[in-house]
Design a protein around this ligand. Structure first.
Ligand code: SF4
Length: 276
């Protein structure tokens, strides 16, 4: 498999119509600002309908399930439902199959997240020196996602992630060549920081904590945003053109406006227009 365009990235997004609501069953959540109730792993959410659709899909934020609106399985849900388990759902299959389905879903989700980053790297021209290695790892990762349930259970995800990360780091260096040490903000604690209008061009913001930061009008062009925590960050009128390794869940967790400029790898969150 080789996907090298923004369309390829969109293919690595959830398609709930081909999934048996796996994220609504397999994953646990705790009552909090993001979830209105507790739920154990393997237990169907009380809002999940018989047809595997969410009964409160259009009012998740109003009903206290914001966490669901910022979650993306990167296409793992449909892969596990339709490929790994060949279209057998957890309601009608055996209990053992259901348990195994819930166990492998997080594994495939992590692999799909890696596929998403690898695929994006192939759209970054400055990262061309690592494209051949990226293609090889992309093919290997895709092959892993197509394993049997037993094979998937045995995948060493942290080790595989580490191999991917080495290449993503190299790609980031190539993309941000010449940015200078001033732009090194990797893992920085920028919670609530006042970064209105800040020059963050080509900044390394890998894993930075930007929760509730004021990034109004900030210049984030060409920034590496992998793993940056953007919950409630204000991106109103910020410029993220060419920013990379920004995922849709990250963006969905932030606030923004019609004036926020986005890279082609993500789409403008619908709730920005609604003012949530
Ligand atoms: S509230 Fe809806 S989207 Fe969220 S876990 Fe429950 S059924 Fe799924």
């Amino acid at each position: 498999m080789e996907q090298t365009t923004a369309d390829g990235l969109l293919d690595l997004r959830a398609d709930c119509s081909r999934c048996f609501g796996l994220c609504c069953v397999a994953l646990p959540f705790t009552a909090s600002a993001d979830f209105a109730a507790d739920k154990a792993a393997g237990e169907p959410c009380a809002n999940l309908r018989e047809d595997f659709r969410c009964g409160i899909h259009t009012e998740l934020r109003q009903k206290g399930f914001t966490g669901c609106t910022v979650y993306d399985c990167f296409g793992a849900g449909q892969k596990v439902s339709q490929v790994t388990f060949g279209g057998r759902d957890w309601r009608t299959g055996s209990r053992a199959d259901a348990r195994r389905m819930f166990d492998v879903f997080p594994v495939v989700r992590q692999l799909h997240e890696l596929l998403r980053y690898l695929t994006e790297t192939l759209t970054l021209p400055a990262a061309r020196p690592v494209h051949a290695d990226i293609r090889a790892l992309l093919a290997e990762t895709e092959r892993l996602t197509r394993g049997t349930p037993r094979e998937l259970e045995e995948v060493d995800v942290p080790a595989h992630r580490q191999r991917v990360n080495v290449l993503l780091l190299r790609a980031s260096e190539l993309m941000r060549a010449g940015a200078g040490r001033r732009k090194e903000r990797r893992g920085a604690d920028l919670i609530g920081a006042r970064l209105r209008g800040a020059d963050l061009r080509q900044a390394d913001l890998r894993g930075a904590y930007l929760i509730a930061a004021d990034l109004t009008g900030a210049d984030l062009r060409g920034a590496d945003l992998i793993g940056a925590d953007l919950r409630d960050a204000d991106l109103t009128d910020a410029d993220l053109t060419g920013a990379f390794f920004l995922t849709q869940p990250q963006l969905d967790s932030a606030r923004g406006s019609a004036g926020t400029r986005l890279p082609g790898s993500v789409t403008r969150p619908a709730h920005w227009a609604a003012g949530f």
